[in-house]
Ligand binder design. Structure first.
Ligand code: NAD
Ligand code: MG
Length: 388
């Protein structure tokens, strides 16, 4: 029996993970459920999945969680805060961790899972962007298996089964849907609303990653993510816009072979790969009917309309603290955009300004990276206030 901690249990990935887990009661069990602040939703999940532990990030919500569990007659133990979460992830309560908290808030628990040698289903891409080298080193030292839970990286993972395949890898071709504004020019994006930005044409996801998909920052973060996961430099990663979102990514080998993974756009496939690997287990996702789909198109990304992708490539090439600054400024900008405090085009502008104001320094430790993250958040928040 695999005992699984689902971090970000109330979110889009968390929901998909629990759906796959419930399909395999003989081999998968949710033993820890963690969420940010939605106590009622977390309680409902506890009733359904009967975990041994439930964790809420927001301390103000702890009494409601504890009392709610008791009122429902559940013997799930209530906890709150990041420290409790890190302790549960590191201890015997689980052997598998689905890291699906959104943003840099997921760093500590993701890092704890990597250090503890847990099977790590890694959706929290921001932690890789922020501290990829440290995270990968910790995982390597602890013998941790990381299965990426990002459709593109999960596709690449499936195409690179062993060290021989890795050794012959020439290039990674990362596909992108293009988001809801594909084909539009920069000027036409000035007035787009949060509702339009989160209405993704192919994937149903949380609000932050949906906005990132609309700006193409999501693909930029994924380029950095691919660099860390597969040890490939930015020059060997090409982004292809593929509007049908059926080819999830491709790898090219030195012999001229290109391998791809295809499937319907549903994250349960990647999660089932993560739980079962190297076995294959049912996910609830239907197979792909290529005759019904008709065609597969590919085009180059428009870096003028969507400058975030170029900013991410530049941050990867600058190295050091630059990716942490990029990520932090983007989190602040996206949150302000969702609150209607800034416009859509201000997102790339703010990220660019923050990168220029805080030049990269060597990322010698986690403390240096956390400090760069904090400085970038302060700088970006101040820049928003100054303009308001
Ligand atoms: P979401 O907004 O739907 O869910 C986020 C979850 O994180 C919620 O359960 C929330 O309660 C929890 N959370 C937020 N702050 C927290 C904190 N401080 N402590 C504990 N929990 C906290 O987001 P999502 O779409 O599920 O995305 C989660 C992560 O997975 C992101 O890093 C995203 O980039 C990545 N990802 C998502 C998808 C997708 O299809 N949704 C695909 C690829 C990668
Ligand atoms: Mg993705």
């Amino acid at each position: 029996m695999q005992h699984i901690a689902v971090l970000g249990a109330t979110g889009s990935i968390g929901t998909s993970a629990l759906d796959v887990i419930a399909r395999h009661p003989e081999r998968l069990r949710a033993s820890v459920l963690a969420a940010g602040g939605r106590v009622e939703q977390l309680l409902a999940l506890c009733e359904r999945h009967r975990p041994a532990h439930a964790v809420i990030a927001d301390a103000a919500c702890y009494p409601a969680l504890r009392d709610g569990l008791r009122a429902r007659g559940l013997d799930t133990q209530a906890h709150c805060g990041d420290e409790a979460l890190v302790a549960l992830v590191s201890g015997d309560a689980c052997d598998t961790v689905v890291a699906a908290i959104v943003g840099a808030a997921g760093l500590d628990s993701t890092l704890a899972a990597a250090r503890a040698g847990k099977r790590l289903l890694l959706a929290n891409k921001e932690s890789l962007v922020l501290a990829g080298e440290l995270l990968m080193r910790a995982a390597h030292e602890a013998g941790t298996t990381i299965v990426p839970i990002d459709s593109e990286h999960n596709a690449i993972f499936q195409c690179l089964p062993d060290a021989h395949a890795h050794a012959g890898l020439a290039r990674i071709l990362l596909t992108a849907s293009g988001g809801p504004f594909r084909g539009r020019d920069r000027a036409s994006l000035a007035e787009v609303t949060p509702e339009q930005a989160v209405a993704h044409p192919k994937w149903s996801m949380g609000p932050k990653i949906s906005v990132d998909s609309a700006t193409l920052m999501n693909k930029g973060l994924e380029v950095i993510e691919a660099h860390h996961l597969f040890g490939v430099s930015g020059e060997r990663i090409q982004v292809l816009v593929h509007p049908q979102s059926l080819v999830h990514s491709l790898v090219e080998f030195v012999d001229g072979s290109t391998l791809a993974q295809l499937g319907l756009p549903d994250m349960r496939t990647a999660l089932a790969v993560g739980f079962g690997w190297p076995e294959r287990i049912a996910s609830g996702v239907a197979g792909l009917d290529l005759l019904a789909q008709g065609r597969l198109d590919f085009e180059a990304p428009d870096l003028d309309a969507f400058p975030c992708l170029g900013l991410a490539f530049a941050a990867l090439s600058a190295g050091g603290t630059a990716p942490a600054v990029l990520n932090a400024a983007n989190e602040v900008a996206v949150s302000a955009f969702l609150q209607r405090r800034i416009g859509f085009l201000a997102i790339p502008a703010l990220v660019e300004d923050t990168l220029a104001a805080l030049p990269s320094t060597p990322a010698t430790s986690l403390a240096v990276l956390r400090d760069a993250d904090a400085q970038a958040r302060r700088y970006a928040a101040q820049a928003i206030d100054d303009k308001a």
